[in-house]
Design a protein around this ligand. Structure first.
Ligand SMILES: Cc1ncc(COP(=O)(O)O)c(C=O)c1O
Length: 368
């Protein structure tokens, strides 16, 4: 049996929606985007949302909206985009360690890294679990820092009833592996009107129309083309309606894995969902102990299961980012050698998850 790591759920109705949308003649940002943004606002309880071509673009826009340059504290245990957005906007990442249980930013380690140059904290909600936002908000308030949430991996999850992306400036991804997909795509969420107006300009070349002459465009700032086309926003609208169903299926699959793997705790540690948190399992990640992680992943791969690793190496171990290392990243170093990702997607069939559980159990019996 061949089982992919992730599989987007796009049905025939949605393919027809895309076709219908293209036939309207709106091939770039259009009415579907307006709907998508309004639906997104309602979903996460945000004031403003801007649909974009990727989360990476959203992260860059978020930083540019701060209108200052300096250091941004960010976990090293993340996808390259988090740090790239910081560097590409003329800022400097400062890597912070994670909590090995939640795999999210360790709030106890943030304050030591704050300097005169710090302008923001970028949290990364890893694999579907929100960060401990109460503690992070307190630090932001105390030191007057901006908060950016890289919520690429977490759409629809909440901390104490509040959705990720609504605490600070939220950045979401609709890449095919994420909780919903628009093929490529992303969303920026904001509560500040001035920032919203700036971001709207940034995503569409930084221009505005002249009030007098219809043909005239006035360049206000050096912008980008970060727009999401109308037909992909149409797909996003349909996907958004299915988000609860998708996330429920992910949660059921995760519970099934956890229920079976709990008894393997001398070799495999399952993800924990702390009280007051909801988890949307964009990924199901386990910790494989005793230096057996690579052996585990290769074993599954050889059995046709596309298990993978997120993230090894962590960013501070990559040559191009190593100069941004400051302080102790012990948990990141340990976890990156233990973490393994198992397939999870809403359309996973019963026989597929059973095969994965059976294969993992066989591996356990061989190695315990
Ligand atoms: C934590 C994190 N940030 C950013 C991104 C980038 O998202 P996109 O591919 O939409 O730019 C990803 C995607 O993999 C991610 O996992």
């Amino acid at each position: 049996m061949k089982i992919p790591l992730c599989k987007p759920s796009i049905d025939e109705k949605e393919l027809n929606l895309i076709k219908k949308s293209i036939k309207t003649g709106w091939l770039t940002h259009g009415p579907e985007n307006v709907k998508f943004e309004s639906n997104f606002n309602k979903l996460i309880n945000s004031k403003y949302s801007i649909s974009m071509n990727s989360c990476t673009s959203a992260l860059e826009c978020a930083i540019k909206c701060l209108e200052k340059k300096g250091e941004i504290i960010v976990p090293s245990f993340t996808w390259v985009s988090s740090a790239n957005a910081i560097i590409n906007t003329g800022c400097k990442p400062v890597f912070v360690d994670i909590d090995p249980i939640t795999r999210n930013i360790d709030s106890k380690r943030i304050e030591k890294l704050i300097s005169k140059s710090t302008i923001a904290i970028m949290v990364v909600h890893f694999a579907g679990l929100p960060c401990e936002m109460n503690k992070i908000l307190k630090i932001c308030k105390k030191y007057k820092l901006h908060l950016i949430e890289d919520s690429a991996e977490t759409l629809g999850a909440s901390f104490r009833g509040r959705y990720t992306g609504s605490f600070g400036i939220g950045c979401f991804s609709f890449f095919p592996t994420k909780n919903i997909t628009t093929t490529e795509g992303g969303m920026l969420t904001l509560s500040n009107k001035k920032m919203y107006n700036k971001a709207k300009k940034l995503i569409a070349h930084g221009i505005t129309k002249s009030k007098k002459d219809a043909w005239k465009r006035i360049a206000l700032l050096p912008g980008h083309n970060y727009r999401l086309p109308n037909h992909l926003a149409a797909l996003g609208n349909s996907q958004l309606k299915k988000l609860q169903k998708f996330n429920k299926k992910r949660l059921n699959l995760a519970n099934k894995y956890t229920q079976h793997f709990l008894k393997f705790s001398n070799l495999i540690l399952v993800p924990k969902v702390p009280k007051n948190f909801t988890h949307v399992f964009q990924m199901y990640t386990i910790r494989v102990l005793k230096g057996l992680r690579n052996n585990f992943v290769y074993y599954l791969n050889n059995k046709g299961i596309s298990a993978s690793v997120h993230f090894d190496p962590p960013l501070h171990q990559q040559k191009i980012y190593s100069k941004y290392r400051r302080g102790n990243l012990k948990s990141t170093n340990i976890l990156s050698k233990q973490i393994a990702t198992l397939p999870i997607y809403p359309d996973m069939k019963k026989k597929e998850i059973e095969y994965i559980i059976k294969t993992v159990s066989k591996w356990y019996r061989k190695n315990k």
